[in-house]
Ligand binder design. Structure first.
Ligand code: AMP
Length: 179
């Protein structure tokens, strides 16, 4: 399997759901890629490939990033960090709030799970405005980790996600699609 096989799977197997969760949004449903064993193995391998050997932990963003992080972690022999929505983690947490189109969201991370300086790859399904990934990088850096890259299945054209992150962290996307 090659990177172009993975990109073809992303093009073919991510479902487009108009007007979900609100009118005007084209929701990209990646679950068909997750439920096909061969497709899942191919895309997780291709997601991490540019960074293989350069990271010793993979951070998944809740919730679809968790599945991707698990696949990469097993394949690469690294640990998983979970970046969670607010209020899900017990005990001490680091929190980072960021703006949504309407309102605000907060992500949280348990500190001190891995040694400072641990090199971490961030994974998620879709990169849109980049706010979620940007807040994730900030959280991981506040925890003392070094973020080596952000890998997503799909980036949405016409939104500032890549532009917002690229000056900070390398961005790897297997495919792109209209917002
Ligand atoms: P953003 O912070 O704008 O880059 O949004 C990225 C986060 O929102 C990711 O965790 C995605 O799972 C989710 N997301 C944003 N837009 C979409 C979309 N059109 N389809 C599916 N998920 C999306």
């Amino acid at each position: 399997m090659t990177a172009s096989d993975a990109s073809a799977l992303v093009d073919r197997m991510i479902a487009v759901v108009p007007d979900f969760p609100v009118p005007g949004i084209l929701f990209r449903d990646v679950t068909p890629l997750f439920s096909d064993a061969d497709a899942f193995a191919t895309v997780t391998a291709a997601l991490s490939e540019p960074f293989d050997g350069a990271f010793t932990a993979v951070a998944g963003i809740e919730a679809r990033g968790f599945a991707l992080a698990g696949g990469i972690a097993i394949e690469q022999g690294v640990g998983v960090l979970t970046v969670r929505k607010a209020g899900k983690l017990p005990g001490e947490v680091l929190s980072e709030s960021y703006a949504l189109e309407y309102g605000e969201a907060t992500l949280e991370l348990r500190p001190s799970q891995l040694p400072p300086g641990t090199r971490v790859l961030v994974v998620d399904d879709v990169l849109a405005t980049g706010g979620t990934a940007d807040a994730t990088v900030t959280l991981l850096e506040r925890a003392g980790y070094e973020v080596v890259g952000i890998a997503v299945l799909l980036e949405l054209d016409g939104l500032p996600g890549r532009e917002r992150l690229a000056s900070r962290i390398p961005v790897h996307a297997l495919g792109s699609a209209p917002a």
